[in-house]
Structures are given as C-alpha cells and as structure tokens.
Design a protein around this ligand. Sequence first.
Ligand SMILES: Cc1cc2nc3c(=O)[nH]c(=O)nc-3n(C[C@H](O)[C@H](O)[C@H](O)COP(=O)(O)OP(=O)(O)OC[C@H]3O[C@@H](n4cnc5c(N)ncnc54)[C@H](O)[C@@H]3O)c2cc1C
Length: 476
Amino acid sequence: MKKHVVIVGGGITGLSAAYALLKRAKRDKLNLTCTVLEKDNRLGGKIRTHRENGFVMEEGPDSILARKPAGVELIRELGIESEIVGSNPKGMKTYILHRGKLESIPPGTNMGVPMQFRPFATTKLLSLPGKARALLDLVIPKSTVESDVALGPFLRRRLGDEVVNNIIEPLLAGIYAGSVDELSLKATFPQFLQLEQEYGSLIRGSLRQRQKVPTLTANHGRSVFITLRSGLQTIVERLHDELHTWADLHINTAVTAIHRTEGGQYRLTATRPNGTFTLTADAVVMTAQAPVAAHLLRPLCPQAETLGHIPYVSTAAVLLGYHQDTLNVSLEGSGFVVPRAEGRGITACTWTSSKWPHTAPSGQALLRCYVGRAGQQEPLQQSDEDMVAMVRAELEDIVGLTSKPWFTRVVRWNAGMPQYLVHHREKVENVQEKLRTLAPGLFLAGAGYHAVGIPDCIADGESAAERALQFVGFEH
Ligand SMILES: Cc1cc2nc3c(=O)[nH]c(=O)nc-3n(C[C@H](O)[C@H](O)[C@H](O)COP(=O)(O)OP(=O)(O)OC[C@H]3O[C@@H](n4cnc5c(N)ncnc54)[C@H](O)[C@@H]3O)c2cc1C
C-alpha cells in the first residue's frame, strides 16, 4: 500500500525533508507520497528575498556557513551552484562599537577567541588587564561540565568578562539574538566545550583546529559565508520546482489538530481559507515552531508541553537604500555589531552592498540594520516610521551617515528566533523519547529543536525524512 508522509511547515527544514523523500522515492521506486502543509501564503518560512529595482534584499537570513556541507550540497543538487557568491574579499573587516567608536575585530579570532598575537595585543576593544585575563585561558584547568551550563559563565571563566562582553556577546547576538549568559553551551557552541576538553584551552584548541579547516574551492573562494546571486529564496523556488509534480504542496493551510487513529496512523485537521479538511498520514514530520508543536502534540504526548516553554525572541530588519553619489560616508568593511553596554537600539548593521556587491545595482548602496534581541525588545514596540528614524539617528551618531535613504523597508520577525537555553537539548530529547512510545512515527525537526543555521536545518530535515522512511518500512 502507498505510504504517506505529511510534513507540517514549509520552511527550509520541511522542504528539505520533502526533497529527501522525493529523492529516495525516485531512486528506490518507493510506493510513497508526501504532503507539505504550510500556514503562510508562501513557502520558505524565514528564507525570504525581496527583489525590486535591481536590489536583492534578504529579509531573513542573508548567508550560509560554507563550512557546513548540507547547504552547499543541496545548492549543488538543485543545479544552482553557479549562483553561489562569497562575500566581497575587500569588505571583510567587521567592526564592534566600543565606547561610541567603531573598532575592527582583531583578525584571526574564532568567535572572539584570539588566535593571532599582534592584532590581539593591539586591539582597543580590550584593556591591558582584559587581555592578560584572556591569556589565562592557556593555564586555567579544564572544567568538569557534566550537565549543561550557560555559554556566558563558561566563557567568562576561561577568557574573562571583557572578551565576552566586548567581543563574543555582540557577535553571538547576530546569530541567536540571544543573551550569552542564558544560552546553552551544549546546544549552541558545543565546539567550545570540545576544544577545552581536548586541548585544555580555547586559544590552543582554536589554533590547532585552524590548521585542520579545509580550503574551500569553487567560485566562493575561501569565503566563510556564501549566498546566492538572486537571493537565498532561489533555493526555495528550486525546491518547489522539484517537488510540485510529486508532492502535494499546500500554502495558506494551518494544521490545527493531530489525532492518532486506532490503526496507528495520524489524522491531521487543517484549515484553509475555504474551510477545514482532514488527511491521514503514516508518519508526520513536525517542523513548525516549538509552541505550535506543543499545542498540536500535547493531546498525543503530555510531555510535549515542555516545547511550549522554549522562548522565542522578536527582531526586525531595517533596510535602507541610497544613491551612491549621495552617500556622505564610505562604507568600508562589512558592517558592525553592537554590545549591549553601548545602549543602542541597533544590534548590528551590515553594509550589505559592500559585503555582497550583487545586492544593489550599479550606483546604489544597500544597508541592513537589526533591531531587537533577548532582553532588548522595547525598540520593537515603535512604529515602522519611528524605528527608521531611530536607526538613522544612530547611524548618524556612529558613522556620521546623514544622507537620506531613497527607500526604507522594515521587516518584523515576531517571535522569530528560538532561544536554546540551558538544558535545551535534554528537554527536546526527553520529548522525542516520549514521542517514540506515545506517538511513534512523529518526528520533530528544524529551528525550534535542533538547528538554527540553514545548513543544520537542511541536515535535520533530511535526517527526519530518513527516520520517517524507516518507520513506514522503507529501510535504507
Ligand atoms: C532575521 C533572521 C536572520 C537569520 N539569518 C540567518 C543567516 O544569515 N544564516 C543562517 O544560516 N540562518 C539564519 N537565520 C536562521 C534561519 O533562517 C532559520 O533557522 C531557518 O530558516 C528556519 O527554518 P525552519 O524550516 O526550521 O523554520 P521556519 O522557517 O520557521 O519554518 C517553519 C514553518 O512552519 C509554518 N507553520 C507554523 N505553524 C504551522 C501550522 N500550524 N501548520 C502549518 N505550518 C505551520 C510556519 O509558517 C513556517 O513557514 C536567520 C533567522 C532570522 C529570523
């Protein structure tokens, strides 16, 4: 009998899961069908590119970590490798706001961990005692971390407060929009723990690891991050092209309930503008946000309630477009990040068209500022107009940019960033463990649970698809 896998959520995780199912169905001629149910009026979830007047504006993620293979591999499989661009080698410098001034991040740091002596010794981001304290990392004994701890205290013990507050925390805000003293070490940067345990020091470990990093080839050179010339949404569009003749893809369709039938299948209720319908699945891959999963899965598995306690932080992106000849400052480098202590509304700013020249047509410049992070949600209460005014005033203050943008665009991501707090992994694993017995064949995947970055979401979707296939009886 034909097996049916239903995927809840059409973001990158859900689409990657569906694509993995399609590839296996084709390769092994499986009697398999798949349905993707997406609440919004488009596929892609957080991946959203706005293309207008020759600008390529990323409203959500703007790049992919090249070192993690799942992203680049999917791009290759989809036949869009020629679209890959690395960041502009001339715009590599990133700045940190420090006492109101922009200071460049010392070259050769691994998320703030120093790996080159001279730039570290001369940086103005740290005082002399702050630098001396960071070097104690070379002699401080390994911690005995058995259960999870917060990233902040772990890093503060090794490197001191200054490195954490002035360098690591603002860099982290760009990834998780989180608080370094609350995020889980094991769920966010387990590699720090691994470096400490293996080499006895983060500095020593980072130096050794650097020697092992493979050289990237193809047209993105050695760029750490890559994107696509026509925007990351091209991945979503290509996935749609591949999937739509095989899978049932429904947008504007929200799953509102999931029940288990006596025969061990799942009956999903979904609503769309013209009414409600039900469908039956042999396995379900749940990629919607954790609070949605908590609501839908609670009747099947009371422990799923825990997922509802995973906090989400809101952020906004403010895009500003300028005629190059009206710019009164030169946008050298890739942008800057802002430590909390600076007390600004902007958390980071990317000189988008300097970092990624393809994003603006000739003679134009594009900037993107971020607003909002954990514990700093007030600036998001403003109207779009006030937020743009705040961003412009801060840009004037920080870099002296007084030119008037000829367009602005505010994109809000309400509850868009999951926060992996201490014990996040154990909590999710605990729910999965219960699901294995109370709701077998129901799998969690995506940003709410295992993976924030796009490559990790892709890998997680593929892995969930594999488990769903095994569950319905198609062994690898
Ligand atoms: C502003 C921002 C910038 C980012 N920058 C980067 C970056 O530069 N690089 C990077 O690698 N990552 C970045 N990320 C993270 C990355 O974009 C996300 O983690 C990833 O796209 C999440 O994919 P997902 O499919 O797991 O979740 P989502 O994209 O959130 O998809 C989940 C889907 O489930 C749907 N859904 C919810 N409820 C229901 C329901 N009841 N029924 C049906 N569907 C439902 C939602 O509408 C949504 O489309 C960024 C994220 C944000 C918000």
